[in-house]
Write a protein that binds this ligand. Structure first.
Ligand SMILES: C[S@@+](CC[C@H](N)C(=O)[O-])C[C@H]1O[C@@H](n2cnc3c(N)ncnc32)[C@H](O)[C@@H]1O
Length: 142
């Protein structure tokens, strides 16, 4: 599952991995309608439309219903929404789930967000929280 697809760069990487593996599917979310439209076109062009379900709208609404256990959660929306999205998805995380959060550079609250995400990730018993972009300074394994 992915929060924040934009035009689909990360979505295509994740879905291509699933395709190579021969199983699994991806639910992604995008709130901006123009981006969501480009996302769908990009996924089709990449031959990944069958693997990805793109949900248009606010992730806090569109992720309320999930079909099954989530093995990987990639948080790449706006930083302030990562924690609420994690909390929404947490009951669906498989015991060994991997949570990845990409905190955009320049966020003055990045360190505090890191700790809140880390604690929440541990509470949900997911395997680890990896924070991208902030290098070793804010990367942790829970
Ligand atoms: C950093 S960009 C995503 C980049 C993308 N993962 C990539 O690899 O190119 C963050 C995206 O999250 C989307 N977003 C922000 N708030 C959202 C929400 N509440 N629900 C769904 N998508 C949201 C934004 O419209 C934006 O396209």
């Amino acid at each position: 599952m992915e929060f924040g697809a934009s035009l689909g760069i990360s979505t295509i990487h994740l879905a291509a991995g699933l395709k190579d593996r021969g199983r699994g599917s991806l639910i992604t979310t995008e709130i901006h309608p123009v981006k969501a439209s480009a996302l769908s076109a990009n996924l089709s062009e990449a031959g990944l439309g069958e693997i990805v379900e793109a949900r248009l709208g606010d992730a806090l609404e569109t992720l309320r219903s999930l079909p099954g256990p989530v093995d990987l959660l990639c948080l790449d929306g706006w930083n302030e929404l990562h924690l609420p999205v994690l909390q929404l998805v947490a009951p669906h995380l498989s015991p060994d789930a991997l949570v990845i959060a990409d905190l955009s550079a320049g966020d003055p609250d990045a360190r505090a967000r890191h700790w809140r995400l880390s604690l929440s990730s541990q509470a949900s018993r997911s395997r680890s929280l990896h924070l991208a972009r902030e290098s070793s300074r804010t990367t942790s394994t829970a």
